[in-house]
Ligand binder design. Structure first.
Ligand SMILES: [Zn+2]
Length: 169
């Protein structure tokens, strides 16, 4: 399982102890002093709208397999967020990007007890072409604005952002 509470130091393998610091609970190595800050991991995702409809993807893998999501994924080391967006859309949907504009941010966790996420949400205009869902996606579907299954979007921060941006509430 993906967890935000490691027990051992990633630097030396020593056991981590819980410490309070700056009003936050952190984990620190008893042996070498390495501190686990629990920094969020960045992801880039796409809000894609066309003719009053929104493109959602169904998650094929945990966490939250079977729920609806927007396409996107984790940044690789040294990768620009927009390059990540373009790569993920190509891998997940076979989609090429005509235009991408940074729209907003969402804060989430990767699963109920997962590590923190910082999600960069781009408004994307795709280039014409067929969608070919990849391994991470079991289905891609265009939903009319009024029929978006918000209740079936598992990431709460993302769900709130989409409600606000798409439905204005
Ligand atoms: Zn250590």
């Amino acid at each position: 399982m993906v967890t935000s509470t490691p027990k051992f130091c990633s630097a030396c393998g020593g056991r981590l102890a819980v410490v309070r610091e700056e009003g936050r609970s952190r984990r620190r190595c008893r042996r070498c002093g390495f501190t686990v800050y629990g920094n969020p991991v960045p992801t880039s995702v796409a809000l894609i709208m066309r003719g009053g409809r929104v493109l959602l993807t169904r998650r094929a893998r945990p966490p939250y397999a079977g729920t609806w999501d927007v396409p996107g994924g984790f940044l690789e080391a040294g990768e620009h967020p927009e390059a990540c967006l373009r790569r993920e859309l190509r891998e997940e949907l076979g989609m090429r990007v005509r235009q991408a504009r940074l729209l907003d941010f969402a804060l989430d966790r990767y699963g109920p007890k997962g590590f923190p996420l910082l999600t960069l949400v781009y408004r994307v205009t795709p280039a014409p072409g067929r969608l070919t869902p990849g391994d991470d996606v079991s289905e891609a579907r265009w939903f009319p604005r009024k029929a978006i299954p918000y209740h079936a979007i598992a990431f709460r921060g993302l769900r709130r952002l989409l409600r606000r941006r798409i439905s204005g509430r």
